[in-house]
Write a protein that binds this ligand. Structure first.
Ligand SMILES: [Zn+2]
Ligand SMILES: [Zn+2]
Length: 722
């Protein structure tokens, strides 16, 4: 009789053993359906020695497997990646496996499903809810559950509309084959520098061996065209490519460039996919039909049949760090996946992270440099505006030189970008009579005014409320004032100064879906927008040839952050946003508004001497034994009850082991002492690079116990110090 050792999709459980009879032949990696009590769970057959069970169950007590899915087994390199990720980030293997199998419907053999859409007919009886549902659904199509979410009504409302005929069922074929991108589609001419780099990465794809590359090119140097040649090579070999992007909003400009190069679109993977799209993409990835996949970090754990190349674009972006669930860094896991799959990986960036530069410096990564802009474009000229000597008018945020530059661009019909990394209208609202400040009831954070939606909103938990007419403290009418600028306020200022200018706001609020991002790109390209006011979302990936002016409204915002990467991040952000200027034939100009024009970051941006800035930052990290020379792990203890959080934090602090080369700071209240209604305490572990800090933490926390309502999360290599 065959025993099957199965890792079930339940993070609370270790692997369990089942009986696999003749009809259910399995091998390691087989995806199976197994009974658990009265329930049925999906799982994957695993090597017993890799993930041993706590106890052995006798053969006679084994329950039989219910089914083996007719999809390719999870291959060994991905099984090793799941183990490595769970081990390194102190997560349960099942929680990581869930990212490989995010869609249970993908496992079913059915080729069609029923989706629903508006029929155009009005229901006989119209209610407010029905009206809302039909209006929000519009032309969209999906499962009843998906439509209910889109419309923000109950499923019963949607079912009622189906019955009344206003919403109709459609049969959707979900496994239609994907077109194959054509590597021989005419490619643009590459510069000598690009040609050289493209040749090297192409050869690496051909060699089928682990080879990490840092593709380090100035903004606008055509890094994408270079790695496209590696993608072309993988296509010629019949192998798959995964391209990771830091944000969904960047997918649209990427798709356009991809289609121009390969004549077809790649397969897209991100959280906004409908269930049927997700299923179709997953099956094509697993069968090998999806030849090129572009996606957010969640695409990293999918079961590619024959992966030949991984590209991490904008590899310095901190949004590759997952901050919920399994706390992993997609850039680092991508390199590990490439190693386990024995394939090349390309990290592309104009402003590589210090961690990545260091890998190149010690020779682990091959560095490929692109030093000039593509197509003869010049790098923009950068100058600072000292806000002390050249302040904006009272109640305004743009200093006179920036206003003048903006006026010039409007005259010349060129586009401008104003960068401020703050969503909404104002970051703080207070009462001018009594000084009351509006704070989120669930978080240690101010409520941010969003005037376009006329709401006050917390950016941490999403709590929102209409702006009150009177102060809740002193009851004064009309006493509330907005403090400081957000993008909406800057947009208002532009509109007041230049009433004829066409202004657009680009943030995660306004470009929340791929469709809205696509619309924004189209309007920019058609010249329907004169001035964009945007957050970090518009700092990278976009290529608008008519954009010649970039204004950084407040460079000091980035400088004030207290964590170890603040200066680096500030440099990256301003260098990236500056890189949007002058990408076509017209020269670009960048103005940086700041109170500290002599800060090293600003000086480095002005002189263009990134090397010495990075050298100084790297040296500071080396002295502090900060990453990449040492390591951190954060232990976050949270509970709805303050005393439970502090008691548990103290228990963990008290029992911290004395280990050479390791120091534990705290416990102390986390900077965000309250988040989503939970009180948070934090310990920070600082360790020598060579120390197996994960094992130390496992041995340390393993024997401890805490009340049920307490959550203890370990963040290995943290990026957020909140
Ligand atoms: Zn008041
Ligand atoms: Zn909140």
């Amino acid at each position: 009789m065959a025993r099957a050792h199965v890792l079930l999709l339940n993070p609370a459980l270790g692997p369990l053993d089942y009986r696999a009879d003749r009809h259910h032949a399995v091998e390691p990696g087989s995806i199976v359906l197994a009974p658990l009590g009265p329930r049925q769970l999906v799982g994957v057959v695993w090597e017993e020695e890799r993930l041993p069970s706590a106890e052995q169950v006798g053969d006679n007590r084994l329950r039989p497997l219910l089914d083996v899915y007719d999809v390719p087994p999870i291959a060994a390199p991905l099984r090793r990646l799941i183990e490595w990720t769970a081990d390194y980030y102190l997560a349960s293997p099942a929680a990581v496996l869930r990212m490989t199998l995010p869609s249970s419907s993908a496992l079913d053999g059915a080729r069609t499903i029923i989706e629903y859409r508006s029929s155009g007919a009005k229901p006989e009886r119209m209610t407010a809810q029905r009206e809302q549902a039909l209006e929000r659904i519009g032309q969209r199509q999906g499962l009843i559950r998906e439509l209910a979410t889109i419309a923000d009504v109950s499923e019963a409302v949607i079912r009622g509309l189906v019955k009344s005929g206003a919403i109709e069922a459609v049969t959707v074929s979900i496994d239609t084959p994907w077109p194959v991108p054509d590597p021989e589609h005419p490619a643009p001419a590459l510069s000598d520098e690009q040609q050289l780099a493209a040749g090297i990465v192409g050869e690496a794809v051909h060699a089928r061996a682990f080879h990490p590359f840092l593709l380090d090119g100035v903004t606008g140097s055509g890094k994408t065209e270079v790695y496209f040649e590696a993608v072309a090579e993988a296509l010629r070999l019949g192998r798959q490519t995964l391209v990771l992007l830091p944000e969904i909003a960047l997918t649209e400009p990427f798709l356009k460039r991809f289609e121009a190069r390969f004549g077809q679109l790649p397969v897209v993977w991100h959280s906004e996919l409908r269930q049927s799209q997700r299923r179709r993409a997953w099956r094509a990835i697993s069968s090998g039909d999806a030849r090129v996949v572009v996606g957010a970090r969640s695409a990293l754990f999918l079961p590619y049949r024959d992966l030949g190349l991984i590209v991490v674009d904008e590899a310095h972006e901190t949004s590759f760090k997952q901050e919920e669930g399994v706390l992993y860094h997609a850039r680092d896991v991508a390199v590990m996946r490439a190693k386990l799959e024995a394939i090349p990986v390309i990290l592309a960036s104009a402003t590589p992270a210090i961690e990545t530069r260091q890998q190149a410096a010690i020779g682990r990564y091959t560095e490929l440099r692109l030093t000039s802009r593509h197509g003869g474009a010049q790098l923009p000229e950068i100058e600072t505006i000292d806000l002390l000597t050249d302040p904006p008018q009272r109640g305004r945020w743009m200093a006179p030189p920036l206003v003048k530059a903006l006026a010039d661009r409007l005259d010349r019909k060129e586009q401008s970008l104003l960068f401020l990394n703050r969503r909404g209208y104002a970051p703080l609202t207070l009462c001018r009579t009594c000084g009351h400040r509006f704070q989120c009831p669930n978080c240690t954070a101010w409520m941010v005014e969003h005037r376009l939606m006329s709401r006050l909103q917390c950016h941490h938990c999403g709590h929102s409320m209409p702006p009150p007419a009177e102060c809740p403290e002193c009851k004064d009418q009309d006493s509330l004032v907005a403090c400081g600028p957000g993008v909406e306020r800057i947009a208002d200022e532009v509109a007041a100064l230049f009433p004829e200018a066409r202004v657009a706001i680009a943030t995660s609020d306004s470009l929340s879906t791929p469709a809205r991002a696509a619309e924004f790109v189209e309007r920019m390209e058609a010249g329907e927008i004169d001035v964009v006011v945007g957050t970090q979302l518009v700092t990278k990936g976009y290529h608008f040839p008519e954009l010649t002016l970039v204004g950084v409204i407040d460079a000091d915002l980035g400088l004030s952050g207290g964590d170890l990467r603040a200066a680096e991040r500030c440099f990256q952000q301003i260098a990236q946003v500056s890189g949007r200027a002058g990408r076509g034939s017209k020269p670009g100009h960048v103005y940086i508004q700041t109170h500290s024009p002599n800060a090293p970051v600003i000086a480095a941006l002005l002189s263009g001497d990134a090397q010495s800035f990075y050298a100084a930052e790297t040296e500071a990290r080396r002295l502090a034994e900060a990453p990449p020379f040492g390591r951190y792990a954060a232990i976050i203890i949270s509970s709805e009850k303050l005393d439970e959080a502090t008691t548990t934090a103290r228990l963990i602090g008290r029992t911290s082991p004395a280990v050479e080369g390791m120091h534990v700071y705290g416990p102390a209240p986390a900077p965000l002492a309250m988040l989503r209604g939970r009180h948070r305490q934090r310990l920070l572990v600082h360790a020598r690079r060579s120390l197996d800090v994960q094992q130390v933490i496992r041995d340390w926390l393993g024997p401890l116990s805490w009340p049920r309502g307490v959550r203890v999360a370990v963040d290995v290599d943290p990026y957020s110090f909140l």
